[in-house]
Design a protein around this ligand. Structure first.
Ligand SMILES: [Fe+2]
Ligand SMILES: [Fe+2]
Length: 157
């Protein structure tokens, strides 16, 4: 029974992840349209690519939830926007940090159930989120040469 409860917990977690993937897709499409200025031309293309990848993640998660015996959510989590270029990119980066943190937890949960194949799918998604975070850190000019400090997962104000 403990395994069944753990499985339900991970399915609930994956549904939360799915609602955030839908939100990320919507947010990136909107931010790509709203970013403006010559220095953001390349970033706009990046964000459009991110939106397509978040869509792919949503499809993978939806199929995985169904495979594990759950019902994929149609809920969309909170979307953020701004009229300020930098603020939009910071919103996107914080969302990526949050996604990575959730996916690392999900990998642990799935592996605890010996669902290594499902965990591998989440690992692949997490690796793409890391690429998204790197893209955004570079676009924001964030310098991370801080030896000895833990990976923050939270943007300082
Ligand atoms: Fe994603
Ligand atoms: Fe992402």
């Amino acid at each position: 029974m403990a395994g069944q409860i753990q499985l339900e917990q991970v399915i609930n977690g994956l549904n939360l992840d799915l609602s955030w993937e839908y939100a990320a897709m919507v947010q990136y499409i909107q931010h790509a349209s709203m970013l403006t200025g010559p220095e953001y031309v390349a970033v706009i293309s990046e964000l459009q690519e991110h939106a397509r990848e978040e869509h792919n993640h949503a499809v993978i998660l939806s199929d995985l939830i169904q495979y594990l015996g759950g019902v994929p959510t149609v809920e969309v989590a909170t979307r953020l926007t701004s009229l300020n270029n930098v603020e939009m990119l910071r919103q996107d980066l914080q969302a990526e940090y949050d996604a990575i943190r959730r996916y690392l937890q999900r990998i642990e949960q799935l592996e605890a159930l010996h669902l290594y194949d499902s965990a591998q799918k989440i690992r692949n998604i997490a690796a793409t989120e890391q690429e998204h975070a790197i893209d955004l850190e570079k676009a924001l000019g964030i310098q991370k040469v801080r030896p000895g400090t833990a990976y923050p997962f939270t943007l300082s104000p």
